[in-house]
Design a protein around this ligand. Sequence first.
Ligand code: GLN
Length: 492
Amino acid sequence: ATPDFPQLFGHPRPLWMLFMTEFWERFAYYSLSWVLALYAVAQFYNGDPTGQGWASSIFGAYVALAFAFGVFGGYVADKIIGYQRSILLGAVVMSAGLFVLMIPSRDALLFGLAMVIVGDALFKPNISSMVGQLYPPGDERRDRGFTLFYMGINCGAFLAPIITGWMASYFTKTPLQQNFRIVFAAAGVGMLLSLLWFWFGRRGLRGVGRPAPGSESRMRVLQVVVGVAIAVPVTYLLLAKLGAVGLQWVMGVLFVGMVVVLIAEALRHDRVQLHRVIAMLIIFAFNVLFWVFYYLFGTTFNFLAENLVDRQMFGGWMFPVGWFQAMTPLWVVALAPVTALAWGWLAKRHKEPSIPRKFGLGLIFEGVGFISLIYALSHLIDPHGLIPFWPLAMCYLFQSVGELCLSPIGLSMVTKLAPPRLVGLGLGGWFLSTALGGNLSGMLASHISGATGMTAASALSGFTFCFYVLAGSGVLLLLISPLVNRLMHGVK
Ligand code: GLN
């Protein structure tokens, strides 16, 4: 049963502790995210754009593996050591990995990333499920609790590039060479703060997320530590040896395996369950596409901001590259209430879009964002070969609206459509679809950069491709959404 928590601002008090723990973890994660590809090019290619291809594929693999391994992280918490211990262990491994990144060698970069991936996989899915565990079944504040938690995520994601982006350009030797290693240090400190927050705050959880009775033994923790000690070098090898195409194959095979198991289980039920699983898988396919273009923020959009955007502001002050990545979380926080109001307004008129329609709209909004970049690259290039600042900002704005259409409903959709015994696997499939998108995103960015680095021309043709794929798939999904809705049999 859920303990009787003291309330604070209308919610169980530990919600705010989880909020701050996740705030600092996202601060660390998004500090690394904005800097990773830029650092790889600066450090290992002396800033030469020929390094963009490799940097992009590493960024894609990092996103993909962090999401894909979350499935194992959830399993470890559920079945082996409980949520609290998984979170603590994950935080230790992740912050250590961030400090390893400060060592300027390729091996250290990949090994540090492997630690961050494994640590985050133990941390991120589990802190989210703890939010749900604070509310008794049927408590209608749970959704609002998740919304608040999502705000914490985005506040961390917002402040990360603002603070560390400023640090990178302030603590630098030459104006052109940013100090990226200080960003890793700041991220590591942020992650330690997350660890400390949870370490001292977990008493307030009153046993929620403690290991199940009979599984408290230290031996189990030792088993997981050994598992981590194996998983980190394996992940390092995946990053170093497998390559983006190989990784896509591995994850593709896992995805097909998940599809087979879900369909087999649905067949043991009835036609309705089978239809629901098919509807869910259709949505997964479109979800992959959304994240392919979304994760360009760490690669192509970064290279664009660094090399092709006029960042000179008033008084000669340069807008730090990293600050562009504060835009998405800023818009998400600012627009979340607006979208909630819009859906509410439409719902009152019985016109709230269905789940597949929201996904279709998400893809279309994301596609519309590319129009401003396409326009800028074909009409607004100045004599220095730069485009103005605002088209990229507009692109991020539309991307955020797209995110708000589909991201908040994804998880709850899965819990309603997956066969009851396999909800966990369904959630794993949802994360795996994001992972597939992340890795494909790295491959797309490598392609846009080519062997010699991104140019205005390659960006223009790349973004035109992005627009057509997004607009086309968004319209397609809107067209087939009546069918998908019928397959859902009343799930909303
Ligand atoms: N920005 C959100 C987070 O970091 C969601 C990202 C995602 O679902 N891919 O948690």
